[in-house]
Structures are given as C-alpha cells and as structure tokens.
Design a protein around this ligand. Sequence first.
Ligand code: ZN
Length: 100
Amino acid sequence: MKTGVKRALVLELFNKQGGRCCYCDRAMVIMPRGRAQNRLDAATLEHLMTNRRKGWTRRDNMAAACRECNEMRGSAMDWLMFKTYRRGELWELIGGCKDF
Ligand SMILES: [Zn+2]
C-alpha cells in the first residue's frame, strides 16, 4: 500500500474511532508527515487478521491502533483476545467460565 493511501486510511479510522486506540481505548496522536512515528501513542494502521490471505488489505480488516499495542501484539495473538487482554478483561472472562 502506498504511504499516502495508508496515511489517509489511518486518518479516516482515527476519526471514526474518535481518536482512540481500537485495543486499549487510549487517546492517540496523528504524527505529522515525515516525523519519526516512534511515539507510543502514535496512531498506526493495524490489520485485525494477520495472516496474509485474500482480503487481508480490505478496509474491514483495518483499524487504528496506538504504536504500543501494535508492537506488543505482533502477529501471535488473535485480535479479539488481545483487545480483551489490553482492557484487563481477560482474567474476569476466564474466571467467569468455571466449567473449563
Ligand atoms: Zn493501544
């Protein structure tokens, strides 16, 4: 994906999500073009499903996430599980499933 297209998409998602990270719900910042995107609260483009199959770059597989979440998640964890984990809900969820 071209940088300009990617940037426009991040901005669109950023606005749609009210400027908040799709995982941890914290406020993000849009970094000015050409500046180092190394702030932990910088908005980044995140692929929800990380396996590169057909549809991987479709809009409904995209969300804006802060750099911290983006880097922490990597591609090992399912996005929904990661979201739950980042919001501190995971252990309550497991605790509520006593039958397991
Ligand atoms: Zn985040």
